[in-house]
Write a protein that binds this ligand. Structure first.
Ligand code: FAD
Ligand code: DHB
Length: 394
C-alpha cells in the first residue's frame, strides 16, 4: 500500500500529537504513526509539571477543557534542606507565571481524543517503522501493519519518536554533533493512593540523597527518591519506600507525606543529551528525539511542546507562502531554548543530588547554595523564571 500526506509524524507522544493538532488547525494534512498500542501510550506514567506556556498552548488548540477542570495550578514550590521547608513564590516573582500539575498521560489522552475528533489518521501498533529519502523532496516512511508493507510519501517528516526512536539514528552520524552527560543516579518513582499533604511540590536534599514530593490529584501523591541508575525495584518493599521517603522529606515542623497504597513503582535513569542540528534534509526532530534533560527541572515535556509549536509555525508559513525561512531557522532557535533548559536542569540536578564522588566539601557547598538561593530575591527570581518557563515563541 502506498499513500501520501503533507507531514508524516513518527511518534504519538506529546510532541507528535500536539504537532498533529497544530497542523490540523492550519488545514495541513498529517499522518501520525506510532509503534506502541493506544493503551500503552495513554497509561505510561511520566512527567506531571506543565509550564504556563504548555497550558496556554493546550488552551489555544482547544484541548484544555479537562485540564482547566482537573489541573492543579501551583504558584510556588518548596525547597527542603536542613530540616526546614522554604517556599519560593514563583507567581509573585515572575509577574504571575505559575505551573500546573496535570499528568503527561492525561495530556496524551486529551490530544488523542482531539485527533480522533478531527478524523485525521493516527495509527498505533505499527511494526518496522523506517524513514527514507530524507534529502529528497519526497521523503517517505515505511512500516508494516499486520505483516503488510506500507509506504507513506510526505513533503516533510517530523521525528517525534522519543529518545529510543528511529528518526535520529537515520541521520548519518557525520551530520550530527552529540552532547551527553549520564548521571550516576536515577529516580525511583511511585504513585500512591494518598491525599497530598502539601498543596505544592517539595524538592528535598537530605544526606541520603534527593527526594521529591509531587501529586496527580487531590487523592493521589507522586513521589520520587534518588537511587542507583540500575536500581532493582524488587529490592524496595512498600515499607522500605515509605521509611526512606519519610527520612528524606520530613521537616522539623512535623510535615511529612501521607502514606497510602502504592499503585505503581518504576526507576528512571538520568541523562542530559542534545543532538545538533535538529534537522537533516526534510526530516525535523522534535522533543526527546533530539534532546533529553534530567527530570529535576521538569522540562522534558515542556521542551517537546515548545519545539512543535515552533515547527508548526514554520510549516504553516511554508504551506501559506512557500517560504522556508522559518523552517531554516527551526533548529537554531529550538536549540537555543533547549540549551537554556539543559543548563537549568543540570543546575537543579547537581544542587539537589548526592553523588558517591562528592566529599564533605561538596555537601557543604550544596547547602550554602541552597541557603543563598532561599535568602536572595534575585536568586529565587532566577529559579522561578526558568522553572515556570519563558513564553513559547514561534
Ligand atoms: P515521547 O513521549 O517519548 O514520545 C515518543 C513516541 O514515539 C512514543 O509514543 C513512542 O512509543 C513512539 N515511538 C518510538 N519509536 C517509534 C518508532 N520506531 N515508530 C513509531 N513510534 C515510535 N519529564 C519530566 O519533566 N518529569 C518526569 O518525571 C519525567 N519522567 C520520565 C520518565 C520516563 C521513563 C521517561 C522515558 C521520560 C520522563 N520524562 C519526564 C521526560 C518526558 O516524559 C519527555 O520529555 C516527553 O515524553 C517527551 O515527549 P516526546 O513526545 O518528545 O517523546
Ligand atoms: C514531577 C516530575 C518532575 O520531574 C518534577 O521535576 C516535578 C514533578 C511529577 O511527576 O509530578
Amino acid at each position: 500500500m502506498t499513500s501520501r500526506t503533507q507531514v508524516g509524524i513518527v511518534g504519538a507522544g506529546p510532541a507528535g500529537l500536539m504537532l498533529g493538532q497544530l497542523l490540523h488547525l492550519q488545514g495541513i494534512d498529517s499522518v501520525i504513526l506510532e509503534n506502541r498500542s493506544r493503551q500503552y501510550v495513554v497509561e505510561r506514567v511520566r512527567a506531571g509539571v506543565l509550564e504556563q506556556g504548555t497550558v496556554d498552548l493546550m488552551r489555544e488548540v482547544g484541548v484544555a477543557e479537562r485540564l482547566a477542570r482537573e489541573g492543579l495550578r501551583h504558584d510556588g514550590i518548596y525547597l527542603a534542606f536542613g530540616g526546614a521547608r522554604h517556599r519560593i513564590d514563583m507567581a509573585e516573582l515572575t509577574g504571575g507565571r505559575a505551573i500546573t500539575i496535570y499528568g503527561q498521560n492525561e495530556v496524551v489522552h486529551d490530544l488523542i481524543e482531539a485527533r480522533l475528533t478531527t478524523g485525521r489518521p493516527l495509527h498505533f501498533e505499527l511494526e518496522d517503522v523506517s524513514v527514507h529519502g530524507l534529502e529528497s523532496q519526497a521523503p517517505s516512511i515505511r512500516f508494516r501493519t499486520n505483516g503488510a508493507a506500507n509506504e507513506l510519501t510526505c513533503d516533510i517528516i517530523a521525528g517525534c519518536d522519543g529518545f529510543h526512536g528511529i528518526c535520529r539514528p537515520s541521520i548519518p552520524a557525520s551530520q550530527l554533533r552529540l552532547y551527553e552527560r549520564v548521571y550516576p543516579f536515577g529516580w525511583l518513582g511511585i504513585l500512591a493512593e494518598a491525599a497530598p499533604s502539601s498543596h505544592e511540590l517539595v524538592y528535598s536534599l537530605h544526606e541520603h540523597g534527593f527526594a521529591l514530593f509531587s501529586m496527580r490529584s487531590p487523592q493521589v501523591t507522586r513521589l520520587y527518591l534518588q537511587c542507583a541508575p540500575d536500581e532493582d525495584v524488587s529490592q524496595w518493599s512498600d515499607d522500605r519506600i515509605w521509611a526512606e521517603l519519610g527520612a528524606r522529606l520530613a521537616t522539623d515542623d512535623g510535615w511529612r507525606p501521607n502514606e497510602g497504597t502504592i499503585l505503581q513503582k518504576g526507576v528512571t535513569g538520568m541523562r542530559s543529551f542534545v543532538a545538533e542540528p535538529m534537522r537533516f534534509g526534510r526530516l525535523f526532530l522534535a522533543g526527546d528525539a533530539a534532546h533529553i534533560v534530567p527530570p529535576t527541572g521538569a522540562k522534558g515535556l515542556n521542551l517537546a511542546m515548545a519545539d512543535v509549536y515552533r515547527l508548526a509555525g514554520a510549516l504553516a508559513e511554508l504551506y501559506k507562502s512557500g517560504n522556508e525561512k522559518r523552517l531554516d531557522c527551526y533548529s537554531e532557535r529550538a536549540l537555543a531554548r533547549t540549551w537554556r533548559a539543559q543548563r537549568f536542569s543540570w543546575w537543579m540536578t547537581s544542587m539537589l543530588h548526592r553523588s558517591d564522588s562528592d566529599n564533605p566539601f561538596d555537601h557543604r557547598r550544596q547547602l550554602a547554595e541552597l541557603e543563598y538561593l532561599v535568602s536572595s530575591r534575585a536568586a529565587m527570581t532566577s529559579l522561578a523564571e526558568s522553572y515556570t518557563g519563558a513564553p513559547f515563541d514561534a
